[in-house]
Design a protein around this ligand. Structure first.
Ligand code: CP
Ligand code: NVA
Length: 332
């Protein structure tokens, strides 16, 4: 069956079929090759997109901007400080205005309901650039990175998410792995596991697609023989600062260390969506070090800088995959 995503939004991974996911991953790799070969690909010339950011970003914003330029599109960036959005005009009204001017809308913010409402009202494709619940564009880049690293299909590979598995990236990885027939393991304290109903939904998908979903507090059980060890920051954007002390206490046993990587398969890779607190070279990293005496959080600097670490390939792949997502949904 051929895949046609024209006119569709990308709001969360479970909305895509396994075929659609695989198509986006393959298309991302094609765009990467075109870029590498220096072949121009202004396939969306004459179109314009707008990027709405209620939370900060480096990768997602730059990936959308560079991808749009490469495809020949115009781009506008709006945040809460530089527009009426959120203060004098609701997101829903903003969406309806922007839908009259732009061919596609990226939204990064807090509420998943809001990005879904935006997609309903805008009349043009809406791409979720991260909400409190989901980070779907990150998933296409991540799966592409895993495929490139192993040079094989994704089916049957074991991916372990260490730490705050209830967050947007942990939950989205669970969905993506389930759809692609991979074995997803969330490894962390019970309190930080993904929502129960979502675990059930993804377990059912995984069972259909030949994969599995496991939740465990046991690092050894989780990481033994894994191909991918993935982690993310312990306090996500929008969460209150007072959570740091509890999260450091609960999640420190789940830090990705050299010992954790040694449990995994010999050719295992380390992944992180970034940004990461792997040293004291950030304002937050320095503050946490001063207050709690912790100098490396979700991953040690040694693992982050190791040959097994694919974090910068992953970051680059955000651009190629966002290009694929925009092309698949905007081209006729
Ligand atoms: N991974 C990711 O979404 O990074 P940014 O927050 O910098 O966009
Ligand atoms: N869980 C992180 C992901 C950042 C890309 C956050 O939401 O802040």
């Amino acid at each position: 069956m051929s895949v046609n995503l024209a006119g569709r939004s990308l709001l969360k991974i479970v909305d895509l079929t396994p075929e659609e996911l695989r198509y986006l991953i393959a298309l991302s790799r094609e765009f990467k090759q075109l870029k590498r070969d220096g072949v121009p690909h202004k396939r969306l010339e004459g179109k314009n997109i707008v990027l709405l950011f209620e939370k900060t970003s480096t990768r997602t914003r730059c990936a959308f901007e560079v991808a749009a330029y490469d495809l020949g599109m115009g781009v506008t960036y709006l945040d809460s400080a530089g527009s009426q959005m959120g203060k004098k005009e609701s997101i829903a009204d903003t969406a309806r205005v922007l839908g009259r001017m732009y061919d596609g809308i990226e939204y990064r913010g807090f509420s998943q309901e809001l990005v879904e409402e935006l997609a309903e009202k805008a009349g043009v494709p809406v791409w979720n650039g991260l909400t409190d619940e989901a980070h779907p564009t990150q998933m296409i880049a991540d799966m592409m990175t895993i495929e490139e690293s192993f040079g094989t299909g994704l089916e049957g590979l074991k991916l372990v998410f260490m730490g705050d598995a209830q967050n947007n990236v942990g939950a989205s990885l669970m969905a993506a792995c389930a759809k692609l027939g991979m074995h997803f393991v969330a490894c962390g304290p019970r309190k930080n596991m993904p929502r129960e109903d979502f675990v059930e939904q993804c377990s059912a998908i995984a069972a259909e697609c030949g994969g599995s979903v496991t939740l465990t507090e046991d690092v050894q059980e989780a990481c033994t023989g894994a191909q991918v060890i993935y982690t993310d920051i312990w306090v996500s954007m929008g969460e209150p600062d007072y959570l740091w002390s509890e999260r450091i206490r609960l999640l420190s046993p789940y830090r990705v260390t050299r010992e954790v990587m040694a449990l995994a398969a010999p050719d295992a890779i380390f992944m992180h969506c970034l940004p990461s607190y792997h040293d004291k070279n950030t304002d937050v990293g320095a503050q946490i070090a001063g207050k709690f005496g912790v100098t490396e959080m979700e991953v040690t600097n040694e693992v982050f800088e190791s040959a097994q670490s694919k974090v910068f390939d992953e970051a680059e792949n955000r651009m190629h995959s966002i290009k694929a997502i925009m092309y698949a949904t905007l081209a006729k």
